[in-house]
Design a protein around this ligand. Structure first.
Ligand code: BGP
Length: 485
């Protein structure tokens, strides 16, 4: 059977501003929530500090200095043959405090140059409007997305960039991994909700969440739904060419056993983890199952008629998601206890894991693609995928990352099979196409890139870029439109 990728398939790579740009306080940029996150490791979580502390390292401040080196980096992406480049705009470069009357010209001009560079190479930008950061001022003054006013601030920022970059950008994503806010893991990173003390916040649920905190989290999520709905409508009004997608963290959960109790638990977890957000953003209304969930948890949301209209009219054009791993759900209290607060649930005996404990499951990607397409029938895009691993630089400067190639190859096969199954898949942008700061741990050593960046966890290094073996592999894959993998 001749299986292949569609002709205009969008091969590329993905980054986020706070994980690669650096220049955290240059050219009028305001402080973002990500600028307050220390570095960490798998064992020591990153800490959100309410003030900057002299004894802490903040990896977003320099990151990989992409802000000053974007031309070199985009040229390398072009060398691999990228058709699309997913990146995010730092809201704080456009509106430093979030509620400013005027936008910051220097920030607007910076991204214009970035997009023009992409254009020069025939690369389509795919722009995430909010990728795990927001102006810190909005967090301190308004409690971030818990406050309804933030919808207006965000809409104004989106209107500004969509107007400025009309003709340069046509693919947009509203909120990165919005569904993290539907889990206990998302408070600050996704929702900008101020923690009561300096503490770990990234994908970390340490203590039991209070009913008030839970209520606030879902209200923040609701405000993001409304904002997304408004922004989708704005995008279409500004330029009918614009295509806006939702961005969901693909949290695939299997039942641990054929015990119907496990199946039910997995279903609940898929619904809350993935489908709640997808249904609102693709179908334009809260799914029926959410009513019972909110009732049982005692969550009462402030939802107005005009909110519902914004959600209804602002349905996204496509569905994008990240996929790294799958999880497993059990109804057995003993097994659940062992798993603790792990994002991926109980251990799946059939799968191996990465050095950072993320299970590797390419078939899960095919299964999820099929599930999503059955449910939504809109074009899908895989906008993050990859293997975080430690790379070794040989004496001659080469980097033999065959483990990364093996991981990506299997996921490419899974996508091709899903296309064969009937899925309408638009593109693939593996995560961290150039090494960058890890979101969960703040490390540099957890690398995803095709391009190596000389920088270590303590901030030392020349920042020199080098091509890994995977660079040449991906280049060939793109040139053959997925045939040579
Ligand atoms: C996703 C985030 C990204 C990215 C990726 C890899 O959840 O959208 O920002 O960082 O995960 O995670 P990590 O960097 O923690 O390895």
């Amino acid at each position: 059977m001749d299986k292949h990728f569609p002709e205009n398939f969008l091969w590329g790579g993905a980054t986020a501003a706070n994980q690669c740009e650096g220049a955290w306080n240059e050219d009028g940029k305001g402080i973002s929530t990500a600028d307050m996150l220390t570095s960490g490791s798998r064992k020591n979580p990153r800490i959100f500090t309410r003030e900057h502390r002299a004894d802490c390292h903040y990896p977003s401040h320099e990151a990989i200095d992409h802000y000053h080196r974007y031309e070199e980096d985009i040229a390398l992406f072009a060398e691999m043959g990228f058709k699309i480049f997913r990146m995010s705009i730092a809201w704080t470069r456009i509106f430093p405090n979030g509620d400013d009357a005027q936008s910051n010209r220097a920030g607007i001009e910076h991204y214009r140059k970035v997009f023009e560079t992409c254009k020069k190479y025939g690369i389509e930008p795919l722009v995430t409007l909010s990728h795990y950061e927001m102006p810190y001022h909005l967090v301190k003054e308004y409690n971030g997305w818990a406050n309804r006013k933030t919808i207006e601030f965000f809409t104004k920022y989106c209107q500004t960039v969509m107007t400025e970059y009309k003709g340069l950008v046509k693919y947009w994503l509203t909120f990165n991994e919005i569904n993290i806010l539907a889990t206990q893991f998302g408070g600050l990173a996704a929702g900008g909700i101020m923690p009561e003390a300096d503490r770990p916040v990234m994908f970390t649920a340490f203590e039991k969440e209070s009913p008030q905190a839970q209520q606030l989290r879902f209200q923040a999520l609701h405000h993001q739904f409304v904002a997304s709905g408004r922004v989708v409508q704005l995008a279409h009004a500004i330029d009918p060419e614009n295509k806006v997608g939702c961005m969901i963290a693909g949290m695939v959960q299997y039942p641990y056993s054929p015990n119907p109790m496990d199946i039910l638990e997995a279903q609940k977890s898929m619904r809350l983890g993935n489908y709640l957000c997808g249904d609102v953003m693709v179908r334009g209304e809260y799914p029926a199952f959410s009513r019972r969930y909110f009732n049982e948890k005692g969550i009462t949301l402030d939802i107005t008629e005009s909110d519902l209209e914004a959600i209804k009219k602002g349905r996204v054009d496509f569905y994008s998601f990240s996929y790294y791993s799958s999880g497993c759900v059990s109804s057995d209290p003993e097994l659940r206890k062992q798993a603790g607060n792990m994002l991926f649930g109980v251990q799946n005996p059939h799968l191996k894991a990465s050095e950072w404990g993320w299970t590797i499951d390419p078939l899960g990607l095919r299964i999820f693609l099929n599930e999503l397409y059955d449910r939504y029938q809109v074009p899908l895009m895989v906008v993050e995928n990859g293997l975080g691993a430690v790379d070794k630089v040989e004496v001659d400067g080469s980097i033999h990352d065959d483990y990364r190639i093996a991981y990506l190859r299997q996921h490419v096969v899974a996508m091709r099979e899903a296309i064969e199954d009937g899925v309408d898949l638009m593109g693939y942008t593996p995560w961290g196409c150039i090494d960058l700061v890890s979101a969960s741990t703040g490390e540099m050593e957890k690398r995803y890139g095709f391009i190596y960046v000389d920088k270590d966890d303590n901030g030392n290094g020349t920042l020199k870029r080098s091509r890994k073996d995977s660079f040449y592999w991906y280049k060939k894959l793109i040139a053959s439109n997925g045939a040579e993998y």
